[in-house]
Design a binder for this molecule. Structure first.
Ligand SMILES: [Zn+2]
Length: 492
């Protein structure tokens, strides 16, 4: 089988445009040729696709894959440039038997609310109806029927943290091969729910319970795939919201019925998705109590400033509370502040510098922290992730520094990203298992790297672009009312 691999992957937080402006071509990482093939060594969606396709002896054609850390709306010119390259390379690669795309599902470009539907239809047009076209997606995708109409298969990851992107890539290749061999002929049904889900990990109910319902549905005769897409609540676009996506072997009625059944179950339990927001002050009090009772490390996540959801990564609300309390054996990793990291590198290890740390993007994420800091260690910010989610993926956080402010070790980087595992601490000489309190900026993905080493995890919710408090955002572009913004809403 001759299979092409490519895609454009971006989780667009439309509210972030005020923070960073539009997302441009330079903000993306671009993979072509060997660079794309080498992702087979990483636990990513393209990694799973390429590794599996090579294992099965297929002729793999790397086309073009672009991805960026979540941020604001993609500029029209950046999107059109990337789309044109993908379509051109697919056209050149013809004749093909199959196309495997790695896409997100919550992409928004200027003038295009449903990036993946637009992209999938362009891909379909380029390769024609005779080619099997499937995609891996992020469960935060805001799925729509137009996407389902252009794609034969839509394999969203099931877990949050997304530890199964690689496996979904592998599965996709197997299913595309079956399709090419005429073993089945897929139809999709996307049952959209008028529901903006707050960040919901799948290791526990309620999202974990829905995963079980999807797995049960997949055991039904004729059902190929059933996925719960949480949707991405931090994007103000027409299709934002949760959905259940079902693929069957040619049975449209079965796909619709199964999707509707699971969707009704989610809807019936919608209230259980709401989590009480814990302020940074309350979170610290809770952490202190756990440390006294069970010891450390207690891991605290700054969920509202998750760069992995489009937040700036330099909010100071939680950091300021921690520095004010000044607890011992505490580390914070990390704050995105290139100017402070550069100042630390210029001063050198052992210097004491005056810094204006974080809070450089907007008022929502807090004021800069004016303080003195001791430069403990300096690095190039490069390491390899080891958590199950991103194992093998190289990180490059740019010039980075470990500063000591009072009792607290604070890592400062030059590149914006979330914390996935403890490798960034290790790089800076910190063994987090010897600390009482470890603070990170992330909503859920950090759990893949920290759950096993934490005595407990405490989530702090502050003002921020990825806050779980959804009524703190002003939505103007949704294509209809949504729960919980409209608590009286009914479905279907
Ligand atoms: Zn996601």
């Amino acid at each position: 089988m001759r299979i092409a691999v490519g895609g454009i992957e971006h989780e667009t937080n439309t509210f972030a445009v005020g923070c960073f402006g539009l997302t441009e071509l330079d903000d993306f990482h671009h993979y072509r040729g060997d660079r794309l093939i080498r992702t087979a060594e990483t636990r990513t969606a393209t990694g799973g696709i390429i590794h599996e396709a090579l294992e099965r002896g297929h002729d793999v054609v790397p086309t073009y894959y672009a991805m960026a850390t979540p941020s604001g709306t993609i500029s029209a010119s950046a999107y059109q440039t990337m789309k044109a390259e993908l379509v051109d390379r697919l056209t050149e690669a013809m004749p093909l038997d199959a196309v495997a795309l790695a896409i997100h599902g919550a992409g928004v470009a200027e003038g295009i609310d449903d990036l993946e539907a637009d992209l999938a239809s362009a891909v379909r047009l380029a390769v024609g109806n005779g080619v099997a076209v499937g995609a891996t997606l992020d469960l935060h995708g805001n799925l729509t029927q137009p996407m389902g109409d252009s794609l034969d298969l839509m394999f969203g990851c099931h877990y949050y943290p997304h530890v199964d992107m690689y496996e979904r890539g592998e599965e996709l290749v197997g299913a595309l091969e079956d399709m090419v061999n005429g073993k089945f002929s897929p139809v999709n049904h996307i049952e959209r729910l008028p529901f903006l889900t707050p960040t919901s990990g799948t290791a526990q109910p309620p999202a974990g319970l829905t995963n079980e319902r999807c797995a049960e549905a997949e055991r039904l005769d004729g059902v190929i795939d059933c996925t719960f897409f949480h949707g991405f609540a931090h994007t103000d676009c027409g299709p934002a919201g949760a959905s259940i996506t079902v693929t069957t072997n040619g049975d449209a009625e079965l796909a619709a019925r199964v999707a509707r059944d699971v969707a009704l179950d989610v809807w019936a339990r919608r209230e259980s998705f709401t989590v009480e927001a814990v302020s940074e002050h309350s979170a610290l009090t809770i952490a202190k109590r756990i440390i006294e009772e069970k010891g450390g490390p207690v891991v605290m996540n700054d969920t509202a400033d998750n760069p992995g959801g489009g937040a700036p990564g330099d909010a100071t609300h939680l950091l300021r509370s921690i520095l004010d309390a000044n607890p011992e054996r505490t580390c914070f990793g990390f704050v995105y502040d290139a100017a402070t990291a550069t100042a630390a590198h210029e001063a050198g290890v052992g210097a004491v510098i005056n810094i204006s740390l974080g809070g450089h993007h907007d008022a929502m994420h807090g004021e800069p922290i004016e303080t003195e800091a001791y430069v403990k260690a300096l690095t190039d910010g490069r390491f390899i992730y080891t958590s199950k989610m991103l194992e093998g993926v190289p990180a490059n956080l740019g010039l980075s520094a470990r500063l000591v402010i009072g009792n607290v070790d604070v890592i400062v980087t030059s590149v914006r990203d979330q914390t996935f595992d403890d490798e960034v601490f290790t790089l800076h000489g910190i063994d987090v298992t010897t600390y009482d309190l470890v603070a990170v900026k992330s909503s859920q993905h950090f759990r893949a790297g920290f759950t096993d080493l934490a005595t407990e995890i405490v989530t702090a919710d502050t003002p921020g672009l990825t806050s779980r408090t959804l009524d703190s955002f002003t939505y103007e572009h949704l294509d209809g009312p949504r729960y919980p913004l409209d608590p009286e809403l009914s479905y279907p």
